[in-house]
Design a protein around this ligand. Sequence first.
Ligand code: 9WO
Length: 235
Amino acid sequence: MNFRATILTLFPDMFPGPLGASLAGRALASGVWSLDAHDIRAYTTDRHRSVDDTPFGGGAGMVMRPDVVAAALAGADDGRPTFYLTPRGRVFTQADAEKLAAGPGVILLCGRYEGIDQRAIEASGAEEISVGDYVLSGGELPAMVVLDTIIRLLPGVMGAADSAVEESFSGGLLEYPHYTRPAEWNGRAVPQVLLSGNHAAIAAWRRQEAERITRERRPDLWAAYTAIASTAPGP
Ligand code: 9WO
């Protein structure tokens, strides 16, 4: 049961892009996941193959036509969760990645220009999601971001079995700091506890650092973490 990613885009040649390299690329080559980038322009029916038109109400730029986008969505729809990448969407989280990695795949709709006619999005039942508060020139890079978060969680993708779950956000904390050789570099020493061989002390130090960094940098994550931790069953 491999994970299927279908991308609807005006720029199918952008894929797999960075997802063809490294961890995700090896998983793609080995069949852990598959990628299908469909050209939305292939669903046009007019002589000029037009995908966009001027906005009703006036204003700058162009809007993607609902009929063309709906045809592209219909061509891909097989019940997989469908998302439209837009800065207007709910912010995509690690929890979303974990849920989707347990499913059959995703269909990702990428807009260009000023966006897509809202009726096509509503009619499709696609959920609007964002990967952050900034405007790009299209949804393709966000689609790659979403896919990368999911792919690394698929069974057999990570080298070390549990390195995925130890990192930032799993457990609701940011990462603790990492160190490797040399033990002293440019006058900077590695924290002594990491050289002690005392695994319990190391785990406690890492936890404490992860908590401190989360509290200092991301009060929002820290509030969520303390709310969960206070309702969790005790030791
Ligand atoms: C254009 C624009 C111009 C003036 C004021 C606000 C504006 N918003 C946009 C806009 O959202 N353009 C989008 C470009 C149309 C859909 C695809 N584009 C896009 C997606 N840019 N950024 C994203 C995106 C998606 C997910 N997470 C972060 C950004």
